[in-house]
Design a protein around this ligand. Structure first.
Ligand code: HEM
Length: 229
């Protein structure tokens, strides 16, 4: 296929570069999230399966709020294209938590302080501001589709967990992850936000990453063995 010319290349058209700007603006905070003490310990196999279950438990509260925000955005002209039912993680999380924590899993769930703060933030910005919704949506779901797949293979290799326990990372109903990421970037690029709104969305996305780092930091203190922190 011929290389696109400057006139047709989407990346050279100012109106289509938001996905790239968002990715570049969050590169540094992404690296900090990726290399947080909790994620490093998980990826290096230093956590027990119980230690991983504590993260899945926090996801329960985080995705409950995020997916309630999706319900609130279902009729919003800007937010609605991002309400994609195949992304919803709550059914998978319920099955995973039952596997990981046992039949009384619901009684065993407790949000850590950082999770409560994160959930409060989503309630403040993601239920009636589509840009805020997208900031939180992008941070979680695109992360699950990319880095989450590394965690998925780790669960299989380190703990022998696949199927129940790891369903959270199964996006097979979405089709090809890379094709989906392309469609998602297109949604970001064509949402019609002006420069000021794009700045606000980038700022909220950075906040969303920091809130994730805070959850991971609080969890690390509880579950990463002190000798390996
Ligand atoms: C286990 C630790 C992690 C690993 C191994 C990881 C790895 C990756 C990789 C390989 C990509 C794809 C980059 C590309 O397309 O070139 C990615 C993208 C992404 N990750 Fe992570 N990540 C991790 C943690 C996180 C965390 C904790 C978050 C936020 C909660 C996050 C959010 C994202 C987002 C939003 C993207 C999409 C960037 C874009 O294409 O616009 N990641 N990650």
């Amino acid at each position: 296929m011929a290389a696109p010319t400057a006139a047709t290349s989407p990346d050279l058209d100012e109106s289509t570069t938001f996905a790239r700007t968002l990715r570049e603006s969050t590169r540094e905070v992404h690296d900090r999230a990726h290399h947080s003490a909790y994620m490093d310990a998980l990826l290096e196999g230093r956590l027990s399966l119980h230690g991983y279950a504590q993260l899945a438990a926090q996801y329960y509260f985080i995705y409950q709020a995020l997916e309630q925000a999706s319900d609130a955005m279902a009729d919003d002209p800007v937010g609605a294209p991002f309400v994609i039912d195949e992304l919803r993680r709550m059914p998978a999380l319920r099955a995973d938590l039952e596997f990981l924590l046992g039949p009384d899993w619901e009684a065993r769930l407790h949000p850590v302080e950082a999770t409560k703060t994160y959930v409060r933030r989503m309630h403040a910005v993601a239920f009636d501001w589509p840009g805020g919704y997208v900031a939180h949506h992008y941070t979680r779901y695109l992360g699950d589709l990319a880095g989450g797949q590394v965690v998925r293979s780790l669960l299989r290799k380190t703990y022998g967990v696949e199927g129940a326990g790891a369903l959270f990372y199964d996006f097979s109903t979405l089709g090809s992850p890379s094709a989906f990421r392309g469609r998602y970037r297109e949604l970001l690029n064509t949402a019609g936000w002006d420069a000021a709104e794009r700045e606000r969305i980038i700022a909220e996305t950075l906040t969303a990453f920091e809130l994730n780092i805070d959850v991971l930091t609080e969890l690390a203190e509880a579950v990463v063995p002190a000798t390996s922190r």
